[in-house]
Design a protein around this ligand. Structure first.
Ligand code: CDP
Length: 806
């Protein structure tokens, strides 16, 4: 070895593989304003479409008159449900097995519902046209309160379902009922409650909120009449699924549909499903023969595209006197709005809510979810969450604190007492999941030691005494949360979308010079896939991450994948990437053996190539193998070095984390101060620690927003009263607390690289930490549970109701 020969450390560092804090390659374009978003797509002759929307939450549409609109200079067409009926597209199927109006068909069912689509030469003309479309409405009584949806005299919302006693998920109990979903052993659970020494029961609501990504939902549809081909540029989290859905409903052959998702400014579940804007832009392009762009504005995004949460969870825990849990019973009233447009895997009407047993060893549990219709926007998307996991984690984490309060136990100690133990993994939960791996006690104790939990409790006790003496008007809360996530949808045995198994895919091609391209079925919306996917390949096959280009989002070039949401990319696509790389490595080994004139079994892998066992100087680098793959492969072998993997995961992955929030609340003003927030995450093998930290910061900021103010709220008439960023809490750097992050590593035993997802964990674990902090503070004044969001006014109101404020 001469001085110029790189050391092993240098060779490893050069790869920038897994574990490296590699800088995000996509930021080179993003930070210079050089991203290519849908609104940057400008095609020759492109037209613009915009919606006439309903001012009413519930009304009959008696007349739509477009005469004056068509006189507006630049307006070319006004599309209504009647137009769409001529191509059988007035209604579209939802991912949840329901149907949804594309444009108002006889009735409107929520405020800002799409009524007509005006197509014009520019956006301004379209907007002028909208104002000239005359729509006559006959208002009907709105149904806003989900608890009244199944009253006998509740208004009938979905007249199209009249007489239908079964829906996509079984029997319907009422004209506004969608489904009932039950899991678990009811008799055993009821028996556990009968025998219980202590029980708690609380209705815990997770209010309606909205993902509100930076870039709203948008598309450009371009139909080529000559070729009969439709090209759609759009903000799609799952481009291949969109292609299949368009093929099925528009009856265009799937190979003649090209879906391209360029750069996307955030998704958070908002961009999984199909919206009327996509259908109308496609129809408008077919009708006019020109490309048509649809870009929604912020108010439209907040009020009409998919909301998140709106789960009302009556939760009961049975326990022994000394705090060992013996049973869990949960009933959820799920408000789905006007149509059931939840983006869940087909067989899961309440997503993975049955992870509600959380991190605790419940011997038995029973869950029932009733989905209902109201006059609100449809949706129910996984806003940084795997299909209702966020709701489930909030439910159990609040309930455990309520139990601790009743037992007079410390909430952290109660958790430690009931955690699933490391030796119980793989763990079969009472509601049907098999948790892959975990070490909850280590994570919890690390959190408690790092923040000096015992010291904080002492400080809180002193603070409470000071409050009693009138020396302070602040109350202090410690919000502990320990969550178990379920990410990586999912195994084909239990997960599909419209019948398509939820696998994911990767195709890797290495070029002669040792550089290559990886095309993946996932689609980044800011998570940094271009950076991290190359890192997996770098470690697996010894090609520097910088020499691998990652491409996603074009259905013509990427292998079929189910897209990115619910932190499924690393568990599923990440595994496909590793498996494709391993196929390449196996072929590379054969080529190296041939070139080095040894048997394959005599070779061993060494960072960036193969070496002959026992002869360390006899090596062949991956770069040289790439060249050989194109000029001197063994006789009978096909040239080239590429591989494809479609990965069907054997199980989900179960990341977890221990969070704590330390908060002071001024009872006279309701103003809170987040004094400290510590988040320990365990996502198994860590691909890029810097990106993980960024993901955690982002998710915690969203959790902070949701718990402390962010809400889609309706008045009694069904008007959205938080329809813009003036009213919908969107924290900036000024309000956002400082985040402390930490980790443990418990690899997934079934994932090829041991990685679990992480993107949504901080949202899942963060919300209960904030809410538990507020509730812990108020428990001192005698309260058991205060509903979110905990904004200043509600905090002040709680203090007043509890008698702390005159
Ligand atoms: O599906 P989505 O990309 O939203 O979520 P994810 O799989 O949790 O990944 C989010 C980002 O964190 C990606 O860039 C991952 O590669 C990265 N990540 C990581 O570096 N290590 C992990 N164990 C999990 C995710």
């Amino acid at each position: 070895m001469n001085d110029m020969t790189p050391t092993r450390e240098q060779r490893e560092a050069r790869l920038e593989g897994m574990g490296c804090k590699r800088k995000r390659v996509e930021d080179i374009r993003f930070t210079q304003g050089k991203g290519n978003y849908v609104d940057d797509v400008k095609l020759p002759g492109m037209l613009h479409g915009d919606f006439v929307r309903s001012p009413h939450a519930h009304a009959r549409v008696t007349k739509i008159d477009d005469t004056e609109a068509l006189k507006v200079p630049g307006v070319l067409a006004v599309i209504t449900a009647e137009t769409l009926k001529t191509v059988n597209l007035a209604w579209m199927p939802t991912l949840a097995g329901d149907v949804q109006m594309v444009l108002a068909d006889g009735k409107v069912l929520f405020q800002n519902q799409e009524v007509a689509f005006v197509v014009a030469t520019d956006r301004y003309a379209a907007d002028d046209g909208i104002n000239k479309v005359v729509v006559e409405y006959e208002p009907l009584p709105p149904l806003i309160d989900p608890f009244k949806a199944m009253d006998e005299d509740a208004p009938v919302l979905r007249e199209d379902l009249a007489g239908k006693t079964t829906g996509a998920h079984g029997p319907r109990k009422h004209h506004n009922h969608i489904f009932e979903w039950t899991v678990g052993d009811k008799d055993l659970t009821d028996a556990a409650f009968r025998k219980a020494e202590v029980t708690i029961k609380e209705m815990i609501s997770y209010h309606r909120t909205h993902p509100s990504p930076l870039e709203t939902c948008q598309c450009v549809c371009s139909f080529d009449k000559i070729k009969g081909e439709l090209t759609i540029y759009g903000t799609f989290q799952a481009p291949h699924v969109i292609r299949t859905v368009v093929a099925l409903i528009a009856k265009i052959p799937e190979h003649k549909i090209h879906v391209i998702a360029p750069d996307i400014g955030g998704g958070f579940g908002n961009k999984v499903g199909a919206y009327p804007g996509y259908i109308c832009a496609a129809v408008a392009s077919i009708v006019t023969g020109k490309p048509v762009k649809w870009v929604e504005d912020r108010i439209e995004n907040l009020t009409a595209t998919s909301f998140a949460r709106d789960y009302h969870m009556t939760t009961e825990i049975a326990s022994t006197k000394d705090g060992k849990v013996t049973g869990l019973r949960v009933h959820v009233l799920a408000d789905h709005g006007a149509f059931d447009a939840c983006a869940d895997p087909s067989k899961w009407p309440a997503g993975f809510f049955n992870i509600v047993t959380g991190s605790y060893d419940f011997p038995t549990a029973h869950l029932a979810v009733d989905g209902i219709y109201t006059n609100k926007a449809p949706g129910g998307v996984a806003y940084r969450c795997s299909f209702r996991v966020t709701e489930a984690a909030y439910c159990i984490e609040r309930a455990m604190d309520i139990l601790a309060q009743k037992l007079g136990m410390d909430p952290a100690e109660l958790r430690l007492k009931n955690f699933i133990k490391p030796e119980q993994f793989p763990y079969h939960s009472a509601l049907g999941w098999e948790y892959d791996s975990g070490d909850y006690h280590t994570a919890m104790r690390k959190m408690m030691e790092t923040v000096d939990y015992a010291g904080l409790r002492k400080e809180q006790a002193a603070q409470r005494e000071a409050f009693k003496r009138g020396e302070t008007r602040e109350i202090m809360g410690l919000g502990v949360s320990f969550f178990t996530e379920i990410v990586g949808a999912g195994p084909s045995k239990n997960c599909d979308i419209l019948g398509i198994a939820m696998f994911d895919s990767c195709e890797i091609r290495l070029h002669p010079t040792g550089a290559g391209i990886a095309r993946v079925g996932s689609k980044s919306q800011g998570q940094g896939h271009e950076t991290t996917w190359a890192q997996i390949i770098a470690t697996e096959i010894g090609i520097p991450a910088d020499d691998i280009m990652v491409e996603e989002g074009n259905t013509d070039t990427a292998p079929y994948g189910l897209g990115t949401y619910g932190s499924r990319s690393t568990p599923v696509a990440g595994a496909a990437i590793a498996m494709a790389a391993r196929k390449i490595k196996a072929k590379a080994q054969m080529i190296a053996a041939y070139k080095l004139e040894v048997h394959e079994d005599d070779l061993e892998w060494d960072i960036d190539g193969f070496r002959v066992k026992g002869l360390p100087e006899k090596t062949m680098s991956m770069k040289d193998i790439c060249w050989a793959a194109y000029n001197s492969v063994p006789p009978g072998m096909e040239p080239g070095l590429e591989a494809v993997s479609y990965y069907d995961p054997p199980n989900m992955t179960y990341p977890f984390g221990a969070y704590i929030c330390v908060m002071n609340i001024d009872v006279d003003t309701g103003v809170y101060k987040v004094r400290r927030f510590y988040a320990l995450d365990d996502c198994g093998t860590r691909i890029n620690p810097m990106i993980i930290e960024g993901q955690v910061h982002g998710g915690l900021t969203e959790a902070f927003a949701i718990a402390m103010g962010q809400e889609i709220r309706y008045d009694a008439d069904g008007n959205v009263v938080t329809g813009s960023f003036m009213d919908f809490f969107m924290p900036t750097a000024v309000e956002t607390p400082h985040w402390e992050t930490d980790f443990t590593v418990t690899p997934s035993p079934h994932h090829p690289i041991g990685a679990k997802g992480v993107g949504e964990s901080p949202n899942v674990g963060g919300v209960p930490a904030f809410s538990n902090a507020v509730n812990d503070a108020f428990s001192f004044l005698g309260s058991t549970h205060i509903q979110m969001p905990h904004d200043y006014w509600r905090n002040w109101k709680a203090a007043k109701d509890l008698g702390a404020v005159a």
